[in-house]
Design a protein. Sequence first.
Length: 94
Amino acid sequence: MLDLDAITAHLGTLAGTQCCGRCEAAVTAVLTDSRRLLRTLCQLTDELAAIRLDAANLRAAMQAALGAADDGEPDPLAFLRWELAGPSDHRGRR
């Protein structure tokens, strides 16, 4: 597992380190690219978590709908409709 906070701290330490004239440009480029990469990684991690949560909620709604159909509920698809309704109805996100 990546420790993004530790990586960020190491990059901060590296940025504060004195470099020789020959190394300074290369170290600066690596720091810039690494920070950009970390920001992108954090964003993708957050997006993946949101997608996984949506998938889990949809799976639960499908299982609930199937169970409701087995139980003879009059509207077993209500669980799916509720889950797919969107942010204004109950979840406040998307």
